[in-house]
Design a protein around this ligand. Structure first.
Ligand SMILES: Cc1cc2nc3c(=O)[nH]c(=O)nc-3n(C[C@H](O)[C@H](O)[C@H](O)COP(=O)(O)O)c2cc1C
Length: 330
């Protein structure tokens, strides 16, 4: 049986990738994950603001008065609160590369063009096998149009893809009006693949203290459903790779994502909950399912349930929506 898959031009031994998270901060955890069967590991992100903070600190020291900091910079974590400084990040790439045989994917996180994208070259020089570029952005400016937002994102992607030889995967949000069109535009901008979707950390409100409560809840499997829909819609059109991130918690979820068109399925919450070794249970489940269903190769069923053969995908989606609503009686 062949579990091997091609993701972002990298040959992976199977489709299970450890998603961007604290796991790669620690070489021992990364080795445990590799031993459990992980086919690649994505490092936590290095953020646009973090890199710019460092660059600004240098310039400030040289020429700017202390009060020139903007109010916005005060919202961000202090420089030392980030788990990995830019320098430490580059060293960590080197350490992971010497300890692991699986590909190491570094992650850059930002949404507008700027000097911070130079870090892509540093990641490449430090030995990263690929880069995941996370475009996380919550658009709050009512005067900013979707077209302008996406133009900025595409310019950012182009500046990264044109500066390095290693493949770039782009992690996007589900809040694009037309995720399939945007995925193709990312590909035209040089991306080797698209990762769907960013999970937005949704703050709650404290109604006694009237405070906003930022919170991080691990995902649950219901979150996979939105990914399945868009994998199925996007995968017939994309030439490059497609990965799913969000809500995959067991072998069945992984199988569904592959059936919908994913080349790779990223796991984070499930591994934080059950520990790195749980990855081997998920992998075993995938192997057993393939065995029972007579599949020799992952590519035999990848995309088998996408919308390639659907003559009118828009009508299909709308019809299903109406059928579901009509199925309720009170
Ligand atoms: C503790 C934690 C840290 C994370 N850090 C990052 C990060 O630095 N960059 C990033 O792109 N995603 C980050 N993520 C998001 C995950 O990569 C993933 O997309 C998300 O958790 C959904 O997948 P899951 O349902 O398997 O958890 C983080 C998630 C968690 C739980």
């Amino acid at each position: 049986m062949k579990l091997a898959t091609n993701y972002l031009g990298l040959k992976l031994r199977n489709p299970l990738v450890v998603g961007a998270s604290p796991f790669a901060d620690n070489v021992k955890s990364a080795i445990l994950l590799q031993d459990a069967g992980a086919a690649a590991i994505v490092m936590r992100s290095l953020f646009e603001e973090q890199i710019e903070m460092e660059q600004r600190a240098l310039t400030c020291l040289l020429e700017m008065p202390a009060e020139s900091h903007s109010e916005a910079t005060s919202y961000f974590p202090y420089y030392e609160e980030y788990q990995l400084t830019p320098d430490h990040y580059l060293k960590q790439i080197g350490q992971l590369k010497s300890a692991l045989t699986i590909p190491v994917i570094a992650s850059l996180n930002g949404f507008r063009p700027g000097g911070w994208t130079d870090y892509a070259q540093r990641f490449e020089s430090a030995g990263a096998d690929a880069i995941e570029l996370n475009l996380y952005h919550v658009i709050t400016d009512p005067l900013l149009s979707a077209a302008e937002v996406e133009a900025d994102m595409l310019a950012t992607v182009r500046s990264v893809t044109s500066s390095v030889k290693i493949p770039i995967g782009v992690k996007i949000s589900s809040f694009h009006t037309a995720p399939a069109q945007f995925s193709l535009a990312l590909e035209a901008a040089g991306a080797a693949g698209v990762i769907v979707f960013n999970r937005f950390y949704q703050p709650d409100l404290d109604i006694e203290e009237l405070e906003v409560l930022p919170q991080l809840k691990l995902s649950d499997p219901t979150e996979l459903l939105m990914r399945l829909r868009w994998l199925a819609i996007i995968s017939p059109h994309l030439k490059g790779s497609l990965a799913s991130t969000g809500g995959a918690h067991n072998a069945e979820d992984v199988i569904k994502a592959i059936l919908a068109g994913a080349h790779a399925v990223q796991l984070v919450s499930v591994l934080l909950k059950h520990g790195p070794r749980y990855l081997s249970t998920i992998l075993q489940g995938l192997v057993s399912w393939m065995d029972v269903h007579g599949y020799e190769n992952v590519s035999e069923f990848r995309g088998a349930m996408n919308l390639r053969r659907c003559p009118d995908a828009t009508a299909f989606e709308r019809a299903n929506y109406q059928r579901i609503l009509q199925s309720w009686r009170v």
